[in-house]
Design a protein around this ligand. Structure first.
Ligand code: B12
Length: 297
């Protein structure tokens, strides 16, 4: 039987999934830790591995902490609808309040982006593609999104961890898009998540000619370059971009974005030959661990 166990360390509650097993020889039950879930204050259904979500003990725990999946989905759907309306009406104060309320208790900034904002942006794209909303409304929504993320960043920048505790190299992370790519919100969101964690970030989107990015890299001397590519038409320009960076610099490169799911196997192989390729932000922790390893911290 698995259940969630809480351990208090320095007054903070941390949650673990543990399995209870009967030890015949010792005639006692033993607890095996199956998975560390993180601080209790940040737990929600998405932090529970899928294979454990239907266990009655887990459901009971989530219910008792008001984290039940159905309630969570209902809450998200209704918040997504509200967020969509507020984006259309450019109600920045209201948008910021939604973010504030959502992240006040259990949900993280990543949850806000993954579960609310990004699904709404996808909905906007689908409605635009079907002709249900016009181009001007789509533009208003993406501009309101960018301003909202700026407001969130302003709040989080105050919490910035001192640089020295993060980086021994003191070299920033560069975020960019390949030539021809005007979709910059992916980078904006990654910027926001990295700023929240205290990293120094230079976001140089949108779409610059490759040679101008190169001279910039030369000046800034970054530790890592992160590239976000949305349109599948831009995968080849991404590959060319990376090849050109590689000719002059030996910097690790992380590539991700919507286009990756449409990339041909041969394109992925070419990209992976250079560095790490991610599709979405679910792997953010993995990406951050990778960044930390690269930065030697
Ligand atoms: C806003 C928007 C625009 C805005 C962009 C404004 C801006 N400053 O960014 C404008 C109006 C400029 C625009 C233009 C166009 N757009 Co547009 N746009 C969108 C929309 C609605 C939202 C994009 C967005 O920001 N999404 C939020 C991001 C965060 O989500 P995401 O891209 O899915 O990324 C996810 C992951 O991939 C990951 N991720 C992203 N980057 C990275 C990087 C790393 C390293 C990692 C780890 C993860 C990661 O994070 C996200 C979480 O899952 C999408 C709809 C959609 N489905 O996304 C259409 C969409 C992308 N656009 C589309 C199209 C067709 C266009 C145009 C060609 C339209 C036209 N005819 O002019 C142009 C192309 C412009 C160009 N040359 O780039 C299509 C693309 C279809 C396709 N082939 O895939 C979409 C999907 C709409 C649709 N349903 O048809 N667009």
């Amino acid at each position: 039987m698995v259940y969630i166990r809480i351990k208090k360390v320095k007054n903070i509650d941390y949650a673990y999934i543990v399995e209870s097993k009967w030890n015949k020889e010792k005639r006692t039950s033993q607890q095996l830790t199956k998975q560390y879930l993180g601080p209790l204050a940040q737990i929600n259904i998405n932090k529970i591995p899928e294979e454990y979500r239907n266990e009655s003990t887990i459901i009971k725990f989530l219910d008792s902490h008001n984290l039940n999946f159905e309630k969570f989905m209902e809450l998200n759907e209704s918040l997504q609808d509200t967020l969509f309306e507020k984006l259309k009406n450019y109600e920045l104060d209201e948008l910021f309040n939604i973010y504030n309320d959502y992240t006040k208790s259990v949900y993280s900034l990543l949850d806000f982006y993954e579960k609310l904002l990004i699904p709404v942006l996808h909905k906007i794209g689908d409605q635009w593609a079907k002709g249900e909303i016009d181009v001007a409304t789509e533009h208003v929504c993406s501009n309101a999104t960018i301003t909202l993320i700026d407001l969130i960043n302003q709040k989080n920048i105050n919490k910035k961890i001192s640089k020295s505790s993060l980086s021994t190299t003191d070299r920033p992370i560069i975020l960019c898009t390949p030539e021809g790519e005007l979709h910059s919100i992916g980078c904006k969101i990654i910027e926001s998540l990295l700023l929240e964690k205290g990293y120094e970030v230079y976001n140089i989107t949108s779409s610059l000619p490759t040679n101008s990015i190169e001279s910039y890299l030369d000046n800034i001397n970054p530790s890592i370059v992160v590239i976000s590519v949305t349109l599948k038409e831009n995968i080849n320009s991404t590959i060319r971009f990376i090849q050109e960076i590689r000719q002059s610099f030996n910097i690790p490169i992380i590539i991700g974005g919507n286009a990756i799911q449409f990339a041909l196997k041969s394109q992925i192989e070419l990209l992976e030959q250079y560095d790490k390729v991610y599709l979405d932000l679910e792997k953010l922790d993995d990406m951050l661990t990778y960044i930390k390893t690269l930065m030697n911290i």
